[in-house]
Design a protein around this ligand. Structure first.
Ligand code: FES
Length: 112
């Protein structure tokens, strides 16, 4: 990313936070770690490699407080929250539609 004078700017165009919070089994709110069948963060990174986007960052996060709708992610600067219930289908669509093309994937939105 460059500023108007062409200088490199520290930061990212988009930042994806993936909840990887882990609670003991039987906790009433469960947790995204136990609900995830896959390593969601790694799947996002692999999908992004295809598009060679270095200005999009994928990070682990603690509990994002939408545990019941998880596995949960949030994308900034938009502040769009998604539930990744079906990673094989959802992640390629969120990467292509949201991160690359700038369109919200309505079917994966968390009810706020
Ligand atoms: S454990 Fe993931 S949102 Fe709370």
């Amino acid at each position: 990313m460059k500023d108007p004078k062409g200088r490199k700017v520290v930061g990212f165009d988009k930042h994806v936070f993936v909840c990887e919070n882990k609670r003991d089994s039987g906790h009433p709110r469960e947790c995204c770690y136990r609900k995830s069948k896959d390593d969601i963060k790694t799947l996002f990174k692999k999908e992004l490699e295809y598009y060679a986007k270095e200005n999009i960052r994928i990070n682990s996060a603690g509990c994002l407080d939408f545990c019941e709708q998880g596995p949960t992610i949030v994308i900034y600067p938009e502040g769009v929250w998604y539930s990744v219930m079906n990673p094989e289908k959802d992640i390629p669509e969120i990467v292509k539609e949201h991160l690359i093309d700038g369109n919200v994937v309505k079917r994966c939105l968390i009810e706020l």
